[in-house]
Design a protein around this ligand. Sequence first.
Ligand SMILES: *Cc1c(COP(=O)(O)O)cnc(C)c1O
Length: 394
Amino acid sequence: MHRDTLAVRTALPPSQWGENSEALFLTSGFVQPDSETMAHRFANPQEGYTYGRTSNPTVSSFEQRLAAMEGTEAAIGTATGMAAILLLCMGVLKAGDHVVCSRSVFGSTMNLFAKEFGKFGVQSTFVSQTELQEWKAAMRPNTKLLFAETPTNPLTDVCDIRALADLAHGAGALLTVDNCFCSPALQRPTELGADLIIHSGTKYLDGQGRVMAGAICGPSKWIVDVFAPIVRTAGMTLSPFNAWVVLKGLETLGIRMQAQSANALAIARFLESHPAVKRVYYPGLESHPQHALAMRQQSGVGGAVLSFDVRGNDPDALRRNAFAVIDSSEVMSIATNLGDTKTIITHPATTSHGRLTEEQRQAAGIGQGLIRLAVGLEHVEDIKTDLSRGLDKL
Ligand SMILES: *Cc1c(COP(=O)(O)O)cnc(C)c1O
């Protein structure tokens, strides 16, 4: 079946009541028919439900649906996106192993590798998102994991998944891709050679800014044999309520991603032609340095996140101008989240990247004039009007 159909239909069978919308099993425990069955299920958790930390039917439906959409054998739900990356680290790495990771990944991801797992003797090297040569040079005999996120936040740099997969496999390492920004509606990393996929379900999978969730997608030999026993032991379990919300969110993921990406492209073009805007970062624009690669990897669609630099003579003026644009908005939400039907406007230099020094920010290309938009489902003309309110004053 086509992915659009799988996104709506994949789930456990309905209960004896024949509900058409998947049920929410809000229970921490499961009654067993007899001791023999209970003993069997405790020894073989895939064969029945026993306790909510281990598994739950609503969570299973979410996992099966997401795996079907990513085209992987299996998936496992986690409490948050970061819990999925924690689970990845616990399952794949041990003391003495080495990780090569893009320098442009989600900030907490870098902290998790360098700081938290550094404490346990895991070494990490951070390299350029786009220079394959740097990834090659960073490889060591003990490199176990390559980790990438594409496109990146906030500058939308795109890395070549196929090339990174070849590099990883040539060295006996795994490539994991954080597919949060595109979702399986636009980009399916395992089709390009990636071994494992990370999701923050908090973003586009839910898509309406309601709950926290995460997942890893991949082959059963990782999901069932390695990650599931760790979740059972360590407890980064996805709550059934959150799984249910995201399960229903997946049904509209495809049309939301298409519609929000179309809005984002229209806004990117509008910003590119505005005299107060210096530069627009959006993979769907021909001016984006990895435009061709992005179009190949992302089903010809740029995604719903874009950034732009306003003009200004020095960091103070840039910040003033950026704040003026943000504070003039009457429709968009001033917030740091993304992946919502409501358009979100944010200032990376004082929020997500606020803990860096000005020099580190300059090196990362995140100036005081940079504004990020996570474009939602409002009418595109209303978002343009909202942006014009501030931009026309500069
Ligand atoms: C938000 C985000 C995460 C973390 O997800 P949480 O659900 O907030 O834990 C990881 N990666 C990317 C790219 C994100 O945007």
